[in-house]
Write a protein that binds this ligand. Structure first.
Ligand SMILES: *[C@@H]1O[C@H](CO)[C@@H](O)[C@H](O)[C@H]1NC(C)=O
Ligand SMILES: *[C@@H]1O[C@H](CO)[C@@H](O)[C@H](O)[C@H]1NC(C)=O
Ligand SMILES: *[C@@H]1O[C@H](CO)[C@@H](O)[C@H](O)[C@H]1NC(C)=O
Ligand SMILES: *[C@@H]1O[C@H](CO)[C@@H](O)[C@H](O)[C@H]1NC(C)=O
Ligand SMILES: *[C@@H]1O[C@H](CO)[C@@H](O)[C@H](O)[C@H]1NC(C)=O
Ligand SMILES: *[C@@H]1O[C@H](CO)[C@@H](O)[C@H](O)[C@H]1NC(C)=O
Ligand SMILES: *[C@@H]1O[C@H](CO)[C@@H](O)[C@H](O)[C@H]1NC(C)=O
Length: 567
């Protein structure tokens, strides 16, 4: 019991009295941020900077060893640098938070709930072994931007809720996070899947596909998103032929089995509620098994990701339709990103790793005993301008724009707090703060009321659940003259319009999977001809039926007649 207590407290931090004065200490190893800078106001960040994690066995007799994260994720490294860019931009601004310096502490959530837990504890506690002279309980950060997946965000928001530290996610779409009772301090700049799942069901129905297959990520994102989709689909009379779940680190045989299910199925449409990582492994297996000719319908996580839309992948995915969040331009971001490198801080291990990953080189001389291919030495003066990778690619800023908006939302709420605008005190007693005594709970209250316009012209505010307005673009994967895949916007979805008007096509020709000019059909049974009526097949979904001739005395002069029309 005693030992378990130490293990738990090692993570949470402990408080005890020393002499007269209470002194707060964190037990165990402090966790250091990967990127940080101090300021009057500090914003925390948690991104999936690495995608692989070694989870050490817990012995319960020693403090747990550090988690080792590997395999750098350049997509999230761009998100983290976008957060720093926004902070610097606001720091430089003379109208937003003038005279206040902003700082940041960015942690790696490794895409795992365990390391997200550690990151959020470190964000709340700070990394000093001794936390101030008194146990004030003051958090080290005023708000947290993150995380990049729903599961990690759920863990983080659960931990911070009691302390009223706002968490603003750029990517967590699980509808479950809109529950204000459970997640009172959660906000996001990406629409909830509550809307996306319904939009997908309406899309499938719109094209007459009443018989579809379903694949999802086996995590909070995929499971919740798919559950809502299936509910909405059944209201639209769409039937699901199969429903499979995968995770990117599943054994290959399991992914192969799912691809076999898809290829054996009779439906021609696959609704894929998958994260990028799962889509990437599924695509590899689909290419290996020549899974072609199917109409893919994608969720926003993978639908407009360049990395997946290669010449090679078009054999499987050409004609894909799916929703994405709107893209935007962030002036100055590209130049900022191209300046990132170890020269900024030679001691920062992450910046060195970024360089080594990008240029396939090493800073430290390779040891004799090291196996693997020999790599050349990094000079440090390699040129990022000449590289094209997910970090330097700023052609389609969607998720980065969400990070950018999240930082601005925090800055506006603190600005309003310091200038006594809006907020709780509106009209009545004004609740202001001085810059030395800003509490996260005050930032939280002011965040609920932020309402401002971004430089791009977009209005930014949160509804009572902390959600932004749900607006999606419907994109279609087409080929340009050079044969490259391009994402063409063929429609829009605006959840704030009345039902029936939400989904609008813009008239641009869609290129379909299989035969590019012909919309695929995906029904379980063809409608019955006049003179016949549908008859239920026992044990099959309602979309599957047989057609039986109308009995004497009955007529059906319509196609698709289900009940008898008695003459
Ligand atoms: C913000 O501005 C202050 C003063 O100009 C500077 O010292 C600090 O490094 C800046 N912080 C960031 C994150 O750029
Ligand atoms: C902020 O100002 C500094 C100093 O003028 C400049 O070097 C930096 O590029 C600016 N940062 C941003 C993001 O505008
Ligand atoms: C910022 O600081 C300068 C110098 O300390 C001061 O003159 C100015 O009034 C301050 N501006 C605001 C908006 O507080
Ligand atoms: C896929 O197609 C290629 C070329 O048409 C062929 O060489 C390969 O054997 C096929 N693979 C499978 C698993 O059918
Ligand atoms: C880098 O680390 C070395 C040794 O720990 C230290 O002497 C040096 O000041 C550090 N440099 C910077 C820029 O922080
Ligand atoms: C969505 O609909 C709302 C309400 O009519 C409207 O104010 C807003 O401009 C629309 N947004 C877009 C991007 O069409
Ligand atoms: C079917 O028959 C009904 C009743 O006679 C008639 O009102 C209706 O117009 C007919 N529909 C078609 C498509 O012929």
């Amino acid at each position: 019991m005693q030992l378990l207590w130490v293990v738990v407290m090692g993570v949470l931090g402990a408080f005890w009295a020393e002499g007269e004065e209470a002194l707060c200490r964190i037990l165990g190893r402090p966790e250091f941020p990967m990127l940080s800078k101090e300021g009057d106001v500090t914003i925390g960040g948690a991104f999936t900077i690495h995608t692989e994690i070694s989870e050490p066995p817990l012995s319960f007799t020693d403090t747990p060893p550090p988690l080792i994260c590997s395999s750098m994720n350049l997509i999230d490294f761009q998100l983290a640098q976008t957060m720093i860019f926004a902070i610097e931009e606001i720091n430089n601004s003379s109208s937003l938070l003038p005279n206040i310096s902003l700082g940041y502490r960015i942690y790696d959530s490794c895409g795992s709930t365990l390391s997200s837990m550690r990151a959020v504890m470190a964000l709340m506690n700070g990394q000093e072994r001794t936390v101030g002279k008194t146990c004030s309980g003051q958090s080290a950060v005023h708000a947290i931007i993150g995380a990049s997946d729903s599961s990690s965000t759920i863990v983080m928001s659960r931990s911070t809720g009691a302390f009223q530290i706002p968490v603003i996610s750029h990517l967590a779409t699980c509808a479950c996070l809109s529950n204000r009772k459970e997640f009172p301090s959660f906000f996001r700049t990406i629409p909830s899947d509550f809307y996306q799942s319904r939009a997908l069901a309406q899309l499938v129905k719109y094209f007459g596909w009443t018989w579809v297959g379903a694949v999802r990520s086996d995590n909070a994102y995929g499971n919740n998103g798919m559950a809502t989709f299936m509910e909405a689909a059944s209201l639209e009379d769409v039937c699901i032929e199969y429903s499979e779940a995968i995770l990117w680190n599943n054994p290959r045989e399991q992914i192969a089995r799912v691809v076999e299910v898809i290829s054996r199925a009779s439906s021609k449409v696959v609704v894929a509620f998958l994260s990028q990582l799962e889509m990437a492994v599924l695509l590899e297996e689909a290419l290996a098994q020549n899974l072609t000719g199917l109409q893919w319908v994608g969720s926003e996580s993978w639908t407009a990701i360049d990395r997946l839309a290669t010449r090679r992948s078009s054999a499987v995915l050409s004609g894909t339709l799916g929703f994405t969040i709107s893209k935007s331009k962030i002036p100055g971001l590209r130049e900022f990103l191209l300046r990132v490198g170890p020269a900024q801080d030679p001691n920062n291990t992450l910046l060195r790793e970024f360089w080594e990953t990008t240029f396939s080189c090493r800073f430290s001389p390779q040891q004799e005993k090291d196996s693997g291919p020999r790599q050349r030495q990094c000079s440090g003066s390699e040129r990022l301008e000449e590289i094209s990778n997910p970090f330097t690619d700023t052609s389609e800023l969607r998720f980065s724009n969400n990070v950018y908006k999240a930082v601005y939302a925090v800055a506006h709420s603190i600005h309003d707090l310091l200038t006594c605008r809006h907020g709780e005190g509106q009209g009545g007693n004004r609740n202001c703060a001085h810059r030395d005594s800003i509490e996260p709970g005050q930032v939280l209250r002011y965040l609920r009321d932020v309402n401002f316009i971004m430089k791009s012209g977009e209005r930014m505010y949160f509804d009572e659940n902390g959600d932004p307005t749900a607006i999606y673009e419907l994109v279609n994967w087409q080929r340009d003259q050079a044969g490259e895949t391009v994402f063409v916007t063929v429609g829009n979805y605006n959840a704030s319009l009345p039902k029936g008007d939400q989904f609008a096509m813009n008239g641009i020709q869609i290129v379909w999977a299989g035969n590019p000019l012909k919309r695929p059909r995906s029904v379980c049974s063809d409608s019955c001809l006049p003179g016949y009526r549908q008859a239920e097949i026992k044990g099959m979904p309602v979309c599957c039926f047989s057609c039986i001739p109308c009995a004497a005395g009955e007529i059906s002069n319509l196609t698709g007649e289900t009940t008898d029309t008695t003459a």
